[in-house]
Design a protein around this ligand. Structure first.
Ligand SMILES: O=P(O)(O)OC[C@@H](O)[C@@H](O)c1c[nH]c2ccccc12
Length: 276
């Protein structure tokens, strides 16, 4: 990607997401100056082999279970401090014991109090495939994700132009990583379907206002073609919520805050996995 695209995010992105992205562009500018792309590419090539994120979800669904992507995050803009003390390795083990299919680990520091160390610790503690949950805006971050051990990246369509999303997807594919393309409305869904990836996340949370509404997935999941894999994200708490998402056509879910607020994370995870 050319340097000018590092300078500033697209202009028409309001509110919370705009603030996060402005900070992210600044962060990437600084970090990629400290560790040049060529060095990050080399680190990515030497990372442990990717785990198959898509296959894990397909297997879970094929065996009649919920495909649960269980999230590890210390804090969030909407939830404040979510878990304290916060132990990523212990959480990864608990999710694994609770039959989660994959993990999602926040690595964004300013808004989620995440670090790459959280992802590394989680990956070393279990053998589940791992999504790096961050705001990806530049190929440098995709190599960085692979270098820290991530098996999948998130592409938030609301944060990216089609050209950016396509380029980031190409880099991920070149590194044998999966891509979760995240949408919040029909226009973003149409754009996501122009990508190669089969994984389409429908975020029930509006990243501009931070409110969740399960009706978002109920509206959009039925529009996703059968050759793709829908993932309902955010605001899910109860087995009943999981059944609502499955009724709309999504047997894969991404759940964070609810699980992280439980004392017994493994048991809470198991309850969602066996909700159907
Ligand atoms: O904690 P929740 O409401 O269960 O949501 C998890 C996940 O969907 C949410 O963290 C998320 C979805 N898309 C994102 C994009 C960036 C940061 C965070 C997210």
């Amino acid at each position: 990607m050319n340097a000018p695209q590092l300078l500033t995010p697209a202009q028409d992105i309001p509110d919370t997401l705009a603030r996060i992205l402005a900070d992210k562009y600044e962060e990437v500018r600084e970090r990629s100056a400290a560790t040049p792309l060529a060095e990050m590419e080399r680190a990515a090539r030497h990372a442990p082999k990717p785990r198959d994120f898509v296959r894990a979800l397909c297997n879970a669904v094929g065996e009649g279970r919920v495909g649960l992507i269980a999230e590890i995050k210390r804090a969030s803009p909407s939830g404040g401090l979510i878990r304290d003390p916060f132990e990523p390795a212990a959480l990864a083990e608990a999710y694994c014991a609770g039959e989660a299919t994959c993990l999602s680990v926040l690595t964004d520091a300013p808004y989620f109090q995440g670090t790459p160390e959280h992802l590394k610790a989680a990956r070393a503690a279990c053998d589940l495939p791992i999504l790096r949950k961050d705001f990806m805006v530049h190929p440098w971050q995709v190599h960085e994700a692979r270098a820290m051990g991530a098996d999948c990246i998130l592409l938030i369509l609301a944060a990216l132009t089609d050209a950016q999303a396509g380029e980031l997807e190409d880099v991920a594919r070149s590194l044998d990583m999966a891509v979760l393309a995240e949408v919040h409305d029909r226009a973003e869904l149409d754009r996501a379907l122009g990508l190669e990836t089969r994984l389409i996340g429908v975020n029930n949370r509006n990243l501009r206002t931070l409110r969740t509404d399960l009706a978002t997935a109920e509206e959009l999941v039925p529009l996703i073609p059968a050759d793709r894999i829908p993932v309902a994200e955010s605001g899910l708490r109860t087995p009943e919520d999981v059944r609502r998402m499955a009724a709309a056509g999504s047997r894969c879910i991404l759940v964070g805050e609810h699980l992280l607020r439980q004392p017994d994370v493994a048991e809470a995870s198991r309850q969602l996995v066996h909700a159907l």
